[in-house]
Write a protein that binds this ligand. Structure first.
Ligand code: C2E
Ligand code: MG
Ligand code: MG
Ligand code: MG
Length: 279
């Protein structure tokens, strides 16, 4: 772009902008190879049922280990994958891995142990319809439709084109469970909660972080929990780091919690050990 505008325009780029652009390009090229080079993996973070104190679900979280760049966090590469047209391939891999791990761990846990995975809004677009049809068939044939949860953000439902909403309904009709991730941080229009059939709200860590010291966060968190329960939804609190936060969440009947207090996201084999030790 700058080059086409003439050499003099180069001054519009500061050194750090050039460095950023270069870094982005390098990362994007590396990411293109990541899937075939088997550099991606899923980690699993336990979700605890406060009623039993046991692990009842796990969230899959994508990890990228590059041989020279090291471990690249999802916050650095998910949006790149989206803008570079790589998110459908990556998302397909994630959704299939979720099936694989749920099958693998079926024996180790109770029947309703659920695995959730994160889905980008782009994956709901029309061009991906074939993939989901195939995925739903696979899930149904393995009888896993009640034990996999898609985590989507509010923006998917709020700005959605008809084809995106149609995809949402196809998954719901197949009995796949859906969680609204990072609830309370987007431009929430609560109207969609009424219109759309959802199973879980995941309260964003922003509300939990200062829960023990902030009256306002307590009020908001409790209001979300009460509202969700009245609408027939389950609630998961994200980012629980202290016993005080967990105790408060328990006192307001928030049943499901997830966070460093219990465990960081773990590589699959370590998560498997954790499941074994719970038996
Ligand atoms: P998310 O889905 O909201 O996941 C929760 C994030 O909070 C994870 O960060 C998790 O490691 C972190 N976390 C969990 N408990 C705690 C805690 O107690 N304290 C703190 N400080 N953090 C905690 P992570 O793994 O870095 O993922 C960041 C985001 O990247 C995810 O947010 C999700 O939006 C996205 N992401 C991860 N995997 C995938 C994927 O497979 N596909 C897509 N599309 N997005 C993904
Ligand atoms: Mg999530
Ligand atoms: Mg979240
Ligand atoms: Mg339901």
């Amino acid at each position: 772009m700058a080059k086409r505008m003439g050499r003099n325009r180069f001054c519009y780029f500061t050194k750090s902008m050039q460095e950023d652009a270069l870094k982005k390009m390098t990362l994007t090229n590396a990411l293109r190879a990541a899937l075939s080079e088997k550099q991606l993996s899923l980690h699993f973070q336990p979700i605890i049922d406060l009623q039993s104190g046991l692990i009842c679900k796990a969230e899959s979280l994508l990890r990228w280990h590059h041989p020279t760049l090291g471990t690249v966090p999802p916050s650095d590469f998910i949006s790149l994958a989206e803008s570079a047209g790589l998110i459908n391939d990556i998302g397909t891999w994630v959704a299939n891995q979720a099936i694989m791990y749920r099958l693998k761990w079926g024996q180790k846990t109770h029947d309703d142990f659920q695995i959730s995975f994160n889905v980008s809004p782009i994956q709901f677009r029309y061009e991906n319809i074939e993939f989901w049809n195939h995925w739903i068939k696979d899930v149904k044939s393995k009888n896993l439709h009640k034990v996999l949860i898609l985590e989507i953000t509010e923006s998917l439902l709020l700005n959605a084109e008809p084809s995106v909403l149609a995809q949402f309904h196809r998954l719901r009709d197949a009995g796949i469970e859906v969680a609204i991730d990072d609830f309370g941080t987007g431009y929430s229009s609560l109207a969609y909660l009424n219109k759309l059939d959802i199973d879980f709200l995941k309260i964003d860590r922003a509300f939990i972080r200062n829960l023990e010291n902030s009256d306002n966060d307590q009020v908001l968190t409790e209001a979300i929990v009460v509202m969700a329960h009245k609408l027939g939804l389950h609630v998961v609190a994200e980012g629980v780091e202290t016993k005080e936060q967990a105790a408060y969440l328990s006192s307001i009947n928030c049943r499901f919690v997830q966070g460093y207090l219990y465990s960081k996201p773990l590589p699959a084999n370590e998560f498997e050990h954790l499941l074994d030790s719970q038996k």
